[in-house]
Design a protein around this ligand. Structure first.
Ligand code: PMP
Length: 406
């Protein structure tokens, strides 16, 4: 059979939705006025932006933009090669040093994206003789990194440290030389809930497993001064996160990612991570923007609290309308929907009411709208978002949280 034959007719629904002007994916969004990320322009209209990961609202911050411009002027547009060879900048090293110090880890290694960070770290560390145990709701990049490594992989029920302990205790006849790694997300990207890190860390310690926390959504918004999910649980737990991966595409208003950990493991990863070595170094402007955003975060820790408070207010007000949209301090609010068609219906209705959210459907997660709130949303914008959501309460009310993946 011709390889492409099987593609005929696939995603016809997307064509149908496009023709009807209701297709919710790949929207051509532009920044709203003011550059604080709280609004976006779409289809000629200004919308309240409740669908971005720009948690601290820094993508248009004058200090971040100026740093990106200065790097562009000094280094040009691209590194044009791997960091291993010609694509390494002093800026990469500076960002590594400041990130590591900020999160209280000895060393860091910067990658071109967060996705590549997980891919490079997991496939660089694990071999087919190792055992990795992951939460069933970890990000796709963790799953892909584990698959690429060839390691034996088991999944534990979401945030169920008891099940994790059971799996670690029952690992069948692992050879002496097999390493054990547990991988969790600090904040689950589609549910907004936090990992039960103290219990997970304890299970790892009891069973001699190393722990990697993907803190893409925790850095910048959780823990003291935005130091992340591990910091949120206090220094003792933070010290037990052997490796932390982060991305710059959320609170740090850029693109890129990094792994933080001990000097030896970082040294190893620097020399073996194929996702690092066989890809060009992060662009100068992107690296400078992330570094500047980190400095703003350090200087203005109140931003993290504002993002959390905005989301907490939405959760409270929606709970008042009988809609269960989870708990916890992260600025992500999931609104569970009954099925895919109705997810797209609600998305379109919210657009008409001036609010942009993310429509999420399987296999990414069970159907839902994912709302996220920023440090820069005003009280009035938050109130308008709740007002736009309120007519959907009867539909959203009955939708319990379901299994994440198909
Ligand atoms: N990990 C998690 C938990 C994420 O949510 C994401 C991005 N959605 C990534 C990793 C990948 O980050 P990046 O966008 O930098 O590739």
């Amino acid at each position: 059979m011709d390889l492409f034959e099987r593609l005929a007719g696939a995603y016809d629904e997307a064509h149908r939705l496009k023709d009807a002007g209701r297709y919710p994916y790949f929207p051509e969004l532009a920044a709203g006025p003011g550059g604080d990320g709280s609004t976006a322009r779409y289809g000629g209209r200004e919308l309240i932006m409740c669908g971005s990961n720009n948690y601290l609202g820094l993508t248009g911050d004058p200090r971040v933009v100026a740093a990106a411009r200065a790097a562009l002027a000094e280094y040009g547009t691209s590194c044009t090669g791997s960091r291993l060879l010609n694509g390494n900048l002093a800026l990469h090293g500076e960002l590594e040093a400041e990130l590591a110090a900020f999160c209280g880890k000895p060393a860091a290694l910067v990658f071109p994206t967060g996705y590549q960070t997980n891919l490079g770290v997991l496939s660089g560390l694990l071999t087919p003789r190792d055992q990795v145990v992951i939460d069933e709701e970890v990000h796709a990049s963790v799953i892909d990194g584990c698959r690429l490594s060839g390691a034996r992989m088991r999944r534990f029920r979401h945030n169920d440290a008891g099940h994790l302990r059971q799996l670690l205790a029952g690992l069948p006849g692992l050879p002496e030389e097999a390493g054990r790694l547990v991988v969790v997300d600090g904040v689950y990207s589609m549910g907004g809930d936090l990992c039960e890190l103290p219990a997970v860390a304890r299970a790892c310690r009891e069973h001699g497993a190393r722990l990697l926390v993907d803190d893409a959504h925790g850095l910048g918004v959780l823990g003291e001064g935005g130091r992340g999910t591990a910091a949120h649980f206090g220094p003792a737990v933070a010290a037990q996160a052997d490796l932390i991966t982060v991305t710059f595409s959320k609170s740090l208003a850029s693109t890129g990612g990094a792994v933080l950990g001990g000097t030896e493991v970082i040294h190893w990863l620097r020399h073996v991570s194929r996702a690092l070595i066989f890809s060009a170094g992060p662009a100068p402007a992107a690296t400078a923007a992330a570094l500047a955003a980190l400095r703003v975060l350090r200087a203005e820790p109140e931003r993290a609290a504002r993002a959390r408070e905005n989301a907490a207010r939405v959760r409270r007000e929606l709970a008042g309308l009988g809609v269960d949209c989870g708990t916890g301090p992260a600025p992500i609010v999931p609104l569970h929907t009954p099925d895919v068609p109705r997810t797209i219906d609600v998305w379109n209705r919210l657009l008409e009411r001036g609010v942009y959210l993310n429509p999420v459907v399987p296999p990414a997660a069970s159907p839902r709208l994912r709302a996220s709130f920023l440090a820069t949303h005003t009280g009035e914008q938050v109130a308008r978002a709740v007002e736009a959501l309120a007519p959907e309460a009867p539909l959203l009310r009955g939708c319990a949280r379901r299994r994440p993946r198909g």
